[in-house]
Design a protein around this ligand. Structure first.
Ligand code: ADP
Ligand code: MG
Length: 253
């Protein structure tokens, strides 16, 4: 898709958990070649929205389209293999596996199901393909030097980058990142921001969930602010930041 074209369209999406409306008739679009920030206080419905896009949850109402095609009834594996990759709010690496092996776990999603050869029951050719793809992604994100370290031994900032490498292995059109900067040190946040800008420039559309305003303002092209499941504001980061409703939701009053 060309820069600025919508790749992901969220149209009137709603999610109820019993009597709680976690996502309330939300509509927005993610465009190719951009970084869209989904901002909102805790409990606003951001992770739920991610779970709806990635097929972890089914919407109660509304439609989600990827490159024009309805995806809101597909299973999460089908959604991932069609080009929508995600990371989770809490790191989901296999701590006892190496960096390279963790990255390879992402590569298998593209082709077939299952974990690296013994776990995945792959033949040697398939294993070699996954490891080569994983090596490529580690180089892309700057983790090649750490390939043989155990994931558990990486600092949090590099664990987050490894999760991104794993997500990239499916060669996604859209990358969904749930609070990738949470808990990171200043230098780690800067490195992450640099990586996300580079991925954007390579043509990956990024949807970034954050509640850290400073991080999100620095790298996004556009912001959607959620509050109690609804869209409170949308637009250029500077305008959104200046919006009185947004300030109220953040500062409370
Ligand atoms: P955010 O990611 O913006 O902090 P969430 O999407 O995690 O918010 O949660 C939005 C609301 O939905 C919260 O009130 C939360 O307690 C509720 N919620 C999230 N997941 C579930 C679930 N599986 N069952 C019931 N309530 C949920
Ligand atoms: Mg969340």
């Amino acid at each position: 898709p060309a820069r600025g074209e919508p790749v992901l369209s969220i149209d009137g999406v709603q999610k109820n958990f019993g009597g709680l409306v976690a996502v309330n008739r939300l509509s927005f679009q993610v465009e190719a070649g951009g970084i869209l920030g989904l901002l909102g206080p805790n409990g606003a419905g951001k992770s739920t929205m991610f779970n709806l896009i990635s097929g972890v949850l089914n919407a109660s109402a509304g439609e989600i389209r990827f490159l024009g095609r309805r995806i809101d009834r597909l299973r999460s594996r089908a959604i991932a293999s069609c080009g929508i990759a995600r990371t989770f709010q809490h790191v989901k690496l296999v701590p006892s596996m190496t960096v390279l092996e963790n990255a390879a776990l992402g590569a298998h999603l593209r082709g077939r199901s299952g974990l690296v050869r013994s776990v995945l029951r792959l033949d040697r050719a398939e294993e070699a393909r996954l490891l080569a793809e994983a090596a490529h992604q580690l180089e892309r994100v700057g983790l090649w030097a750490q390939r043989d370290e155990l994931a558990a031994n990486l600092p949090l900032g590099q664990q987050r980058v490894l999760e991104i490498a794993r997500a990239l292995a499916v060669d996604p059109v859209v990358l969904l990142l749930d609070e990738p900067a949470a808990g990171l040190r200043y230098k780690e946040k800067q490195a992450l921001a640099g990586l996300l800008l580079r991925l954007r420039d390579e043509g990956v559309a990024v949807l970034l969930v954050e509640h850290d305003m400073d991080f999100i303002l620095g790298i996004t092209d556009r912001l959607v602010v959620m509050h109690y499941g609804q869209k409170l504001a949308e637009g250029a980061p500077r305008d959104v930041q200046a919006n009185a409703d947004v300030q109220l939701a953040y500062l409370g009053a």
